[in-house]
Design a protein around this ligand. Structure first.
Ligand code: GLA
Length: 514
């Protein structure tokens, strides 16, 4: 081939790449977990006195593993074969526990603090939600299969806990589908599930028996967003029902409450339904994490915690335009409003679910009924998960958990990325520098290190420079590539990397002590 032809071909390839026309390879960066034990997930856990306690130690390593927990307070017991800690704590207090996991190849330890008091959600929630793959097609069987898949895929071993039903489990009186119609409430006024959920208690028992937790959804208005029975006027009864059924998590949406709260500019009106439901939740003999879903109205981050939320959606639905919203709601809404000042232990900013893997076609192509690959490119998917970890956002996957390929599983189960998200200091990251499409984000971590994301929002390959002054570090720093889980060496003054279109390089920096 003539040199001019070769040059022409490489120019065409480069142009195609920079225009985003060539398909990016789905490169799996996350190494497979090793055979020796490693304990993962949260290092701090909140519970209220008198509430049933359930925490499953997340650990990778060849099975069988034997678990131990030193310093477990009275009232709690560990099942050494499953790693499940259960029981009830009578007294408030903080308990320093050392978790251990052992197999034929070695042993791992991790400190774990149990804080018994009023606060829950001391680290961002991790789990799965049905909405973006099943929408109004969700059923009891789908939820049970999701719980099975959380265990079989190994996601449970990386700290994922919640299996959450979104909208569409209640009755929809006007529906054309007989499976969804019926009496919205029983003779006592208690809310009914539709025929696709014949036994809610049986469902939560099934989820709990796997060491997982169960979540449910409702709206403070007369109807949910998809037109199913809502909780307006029956809040106390509905919470009692959720407690009887055994749920551990409640997503409280807004839809149709607009008919009640006429002035959506009035912050007190915006707060009212959430104050009401959280006061009811606080009286229950069961811990239920409360997720506010009102799309950021009235700067919810300023008061979400005060009205009893353990997390609050900061913007509209990511799924309406996943690629555009990833940048707008993920990066800009957060940075422009200084949201790092509001999230923290007990209350987290929630920029919506992780939309990776296979999603409902309604969010991909406007076709109904089927499921298709997320419209995010591979690099955008790395950007999505990296940013969520830097923001200390809940890691709630909402793609098809029963169809995880190595790429998607790698995105969801990188323990060093999850350690950033779940860092016990609970201080969310911030945008440290922006130059056009180039952004550097930094998050301070409990051990004195910093997680740094080098992002390229632009259309072609670009160099991104993380400058020590901008990210607030001094002196030589030991750098580690978190996705690849590889040490990179010691750097002085700056860390630079070439970053692909819409991609990220995510590192952690420790003072090198030189
Ligand atoms: C709203 C929420 C979504 C989902 C749907 C269900 O749009 O923001 O997350 O719960 O309602 O109808």
């Amino acid at each position: 081939m003539k040199p001019t032809t070769r040059l022409l071909i490489s120019v065409i390839i480069l142009t195609a790449f920079s225009a985003g026309l060539a398909a990016e390879a789905r490169v799996v960066l996350t190494p497979k977990p090793g055979p020796a034990p490693r304990i993962n997930g949260a290092m701090i856990f909140g519970v209220r006195p008198g509430s049933p306690f359930l925490y499953t130690i997340a650990a990778t390593g060849e099975r069988p593993l034997t678990f131990a927990a030193e310093g477990l307070p009275d009232g709690l017991a560990l099942d050494s074969a499953t790693g499940r800690i259960t029981g009830i704590l009578a007294d408030r207090g903080e308990y320093a526990v050392t978790l251990k996991a052992t197999n034929a190849l070695g042993a791992a330890e991790r400190s774990f603090r149990i804080v018994c008091g009023d606060r829950l959600a001391l680290t961002p929630h991790m789990g799965w939600n049905s909405w973006y793959v099943w929408e109004n097609r969700v059923t009891d069987r789908i939820m049970r299969e999701a719980a099975d898949a959380m265990v079989a895929s190994g996601m449970i071993d990386h700290g994922y806990q919640y299996v959450n039903i979104d909208d569409c489990w209640a009755v929809r009186p006007e529906s054309d589908d007989p499976g969804l119609r019926g009496e919205p409430r029983d003779e006592r006024g208690m809310i009914n599930a539709n025929r696709r959920f014949p036994d809610m208690k049986g469902l939560t028992d099934y989820i709990h028996a796997k060491g997982l937790k169960a979540g449910i959804y409702t709206s403070p208005g007369p109807q949910t967003c998809a037109g199913y029975t809502g909780s307006y006027g029956r809040e106390e009864l509905d919470v009692r029902r959720f407690v009887e059924w055994g749920f551990d998590f409640l997503k409280y949406d807004w839809c149709s409450y607009g008919r009640i709260a006429k002035d959506e500019k009035n912050v007190e009106e915006l707060q009212k339904p959430y104050r009401l439901v959280s006061a009811i939740l606080a009286r229950q003999p069961r811990d239920i994490v409360l997720n506010l879903c009102q799309y950021g109205m009235g700067k919810v981050w300023e008061w979400g915690r005060e009205v009893g939320g353990h997390s609050w959606r900061t913007a509209g639905d990511l799924g309406h335009d996943v690629v555009g919203n990833l940048f707008r709601d993920g990066f800009d809404v957060y940075a422009d409003n200084g949201l790092d000042g509001f999230g923290g232990p007990g209350g987290w900013n929630d920029p919506d679910y992780l939309l990776v893997g296979i999603l409902s076609s309604a969010f991909v192509s406007d076709a109904e009924g089927g499921n298709e690959a997320s419209p995010l490119s591979p690099n955008e998917q790395y950007t999505h998960v990296s940013l969520w970890a830097l923001l200390a956002a809940p890691l709630i996957f909402s793609g098809d958990i029963t169809r995880l390929d190595d790429f998607t599983l790698g995105l969801l189960t990188n323990d060093e990325i999850i350690d950033v998200d779940q860092d016990p200091l609970g201080r969310p990251g911030r945008r440290a520098a922006k130059d056009g499409n180039i952004e550097v984000w930094v998050r301070e971590l409990q051990d004195g290190s910093k997680a740094v994301g080098l992002f390229n929002r632009g259309p072609g390959l670009a160099e991104v420079v993380a400058d020590w002054a901008a990210i607030g570090v001094e002196g030589p720093q030991k750098a580690r590539d978190l996705w690849r889980q590889q040490d990179l060496g010691v750097y002085e003054g700056v860390f630079k990397a070439y970053v692909a279109r819409h991609g990220v390089v995510m590192i952690r920096l420790w003072p090198s002590g030189r």
